[in-house]
Design a protein around this ligand. Structure first.
Ligand SMILES: [Zn+2]
Length: 591
């Protein structure tokens, strides 16, 4: 079996010498100081030409240093135990803190300028930055005074932020005792939850049970935390005069409430499609009903096929090339230029990510490749982000390549569907096809449906607090199981301990960043709808998809969609995504 590649990060810097890199950071700090000297106190009075020059200078600054910043961060993520990587990571962190402190005034002053002269965004020479400026303008009505903003930041540091820290620390310091093959093992949280994917059904069930039993024992901690974070958010919403608890996140994601309402309505109306899949999966697994420990479990007890690195590369390049020859070339380049780090290694960050390289108009990918079908999917997913980066950096400047969560997953999820196409066409047996279809449907079910339950759950907490109700542990648990059951109906057997499922999701405890979830539902269903259109329109659809990804953040998701002939404020549009999922369920049923 061909070994997984290691990446070559050297193109990111002129010199990999540690002294050279640290000097480069000193220079970055000095330049930020000179930018501060040049512009501080002046931005709020700028005319159109001056604003343009300032934005260009900001972008030049980003492009000059992002390679070196990336180099240090990526080096550390791939090998956190390496002495030099540690030193450079410390260097980059310090430098970035200093630079962000030095340049913090720019956003405040830009806000002031746009508040006083909103008409400046219509200045013809600023056209390229119009939407970037519009996004800033959208935030202005909710900004407090500089003094108030500073008080909130410094109070939160040791106040409401501590709940999130506590939740994370609690999880990482727990130990769980579990019998594996007749031997009692002591596992940490990360190890025990990896058993959720184990082929042994009893072991999966027991792993779920002991984790949620332990979380439930400390329910008083979680309910106090979640109650405080949600109540704090409502207080901030009132201070800022947000229309609803979701307003802040709608602005951050560059979407409007009507769109998200249509999306959530379609999910609610389509739960039967997901339930039908879960019933079918139970039948394939030979079970009367799935337990909650089976929902995303592998279906077969036979030995799974292993993929070599070269095989994975060949399949993925072909999958993308079938869609567009240029995409095929770029994907191939990602492998041939060693931009992917797949080698399993101690000290390597878990999970996977794709990091955009703006000045190189490319990207770097980190994953741990063990040859499982899930690893091939992850690789295709991250390479979809890379395609997005190739298109975006070729067509947009850095300020127009700050992509919000709703659009950020478009290239990646689309890439997974291209891979699904390829794998299905190659599959020889019924079992191989079942594995591909359940892989794609398991993920769709989680990202579109299970995640929607989390949106309803969060909404219901704000509603209850507003009514003056007290959120104790059992009340929060009832809100969660109610939202969950709206999705799953009675097709799943739940362990009673699963009422504490909400306690372990870190994002529920992050203050000032609420409604973390719906962009995932948006992206999943959006891409399924796009893929459906591709199946309907064939080659005619290709330039539309490329246009969408090439636009970066220069336009809102609604405008981007409109330009390729889609109206995302309508339920009809979102229904296309459900139809595509239904098509996959039909294929699975007809095997
Ligand atoms: Zn992704």
């Amino acid at each position: 079996m061909s070994k997984a590649d290691k990446w070559d990060l050297s193109p990111l810097v002129n010199d990999t010498n540690t002294t050279w890199i640290l000097k480069k950071f000193d220079e970055m700090i000095k330049i930020s100081e000179s930018i501060s000297k040049k512009y501080k106190g002046k931005i709020k009075d700028f005319n159109g030409d001056e604003l343009l020059e300032f934005l260009k200078e900001q972008e030049k600054f980003t492009l000059n240093y992002e390679g070196t910043v990336n180099y240090c961060q990526l080096l550390y993520s791939a090998n956190s135990q390496d002495h030099i990587a540690k030193q450079l990571n410390e260097g980059v962190r310090n430098a970035l803190t200093k630079v962000s402190q030095e340049l913090a005034f720019t956003e405040i002053e830009l806000g002031e300028l746009l508040k006083n002269k909103p008409e400046i965004i219509n200045y013809l020479k600023l056209e390229e930055y119009k939407h970037y400026l519009e996004r800033i303008i959208r935030k202005i009505p909710y900004q407090l005074t500089e003094k108030e903003e500073k008080v909130i930041i410094s109070k939160d540091r040791n106040g409401i932020n501590a709940w999130s820290q506590l939740q994370g620390d609690w999880l990482t310091t727990r130990i769980f005792k579990i019998m594996i093959d007749g031997i009692e093992k002591t596992l940490n949280y990360g190890e025990v939850i990896s058993l959720y994917q184990n082929k042994n059904r009893d072991l999966r069930k027991e792993a779920n049970r002991i984790v949620y039993e332990k979380l439930g024992e400390d329910e008083i901690l979680w309910s106090t935390a979640i109650r405080s974070v949600c109540s704090d958010h409502l207080t901030i919403c009132e201070l800022r005069r947000y229309k609803s608890p979701m307003t802040q996140s709608l602005i951050a994601n560059d979407v409007d409430e009507a769109t998200i309402n249509s999306l959530m309505k379609i999910i609610e109306d389509s739960v039967k499609v997901y339930q039908r899949y879960l019933i079918l999966k139970a039948r394939i697994m030979g079970l009367p009903k799935l337990g909650n420990w089976d929902i995303v479990a592998p279906i077969l007890n036979t030995i799974e096929k292993d993929y070599s690195w070269d095989e994975s590369q060949r399949i993925i390049v072909e999958a993308y090339r079938n869609f567009d020859s240029e995409w095929g070339i770029w994907i191939n380049e990602m492998y041939s230029q060693k931009h992917i780090d797949g080698e399993p290694r101690v000290g390597k960050q878990s999970g996977a990510f794709c990091s955009t390289w703006l000045s190189g108009k490319s990207a770097f990918i980190l994953q741990t490749f063990n040859g499982k079908i899930g690893d091939v999917y992850t690789q295709a997913h991250e390479l979809g982000h890379a395609v997005h980066a190739y298109l975006g950096t070729r067509n947009q400047t850095p300020l127009n390549y700050e992509i919000g969560s709703c659009i950020a997953e478009c290239g990646s999820v689309f890439g997974e569907l291209l891979l699904t196409d390829k794998l299905l066409s190659k599959a020889k047996t019924k079992e191989e096809k079942q594995i591909v279809l359940t892989t794609v449907l398991d993920e769709f079910g989680m990202a579109a449906f299970q995640v929607s339950a989390r949106v309803w759950f969060e909404q219901s907490m704000y509603d209850l607090i507003k009514e003056g109700k007290f959120l104790d542990g059992s009340t929060v648990a009832k809100l969660w199981t109610h939202a969950r059951d709206k999705i799953y109906g009675d097709v799943i057997e739940w362990l009673p301990e699963m009422q504490w499922e909400w306690t372990m999701k870190p994002h529920y405890y992050i203050p000032n960043y609420r409604f973390y979830n719906y962009p995932y539902v948006f992206a999943q269903l959006f891409v399924f709808s796009l893929y459906r259109l591709y199946k309907e329109q064939g080659i005619k659809f290709v330039p539309k998809m490329k246009k969408l990804l090439a636009a970066g953040s220069s336009k809102s998701p609604a405008v981007l969609a409109k330009e390729i002939g889609l109206d995302i404020t309508t339920e009809e549009f979102w229904k296309k995504g459900i139809l595509q999922a239904e098509e996959f369920v039909n294929q699975l049923e007809n095997l």
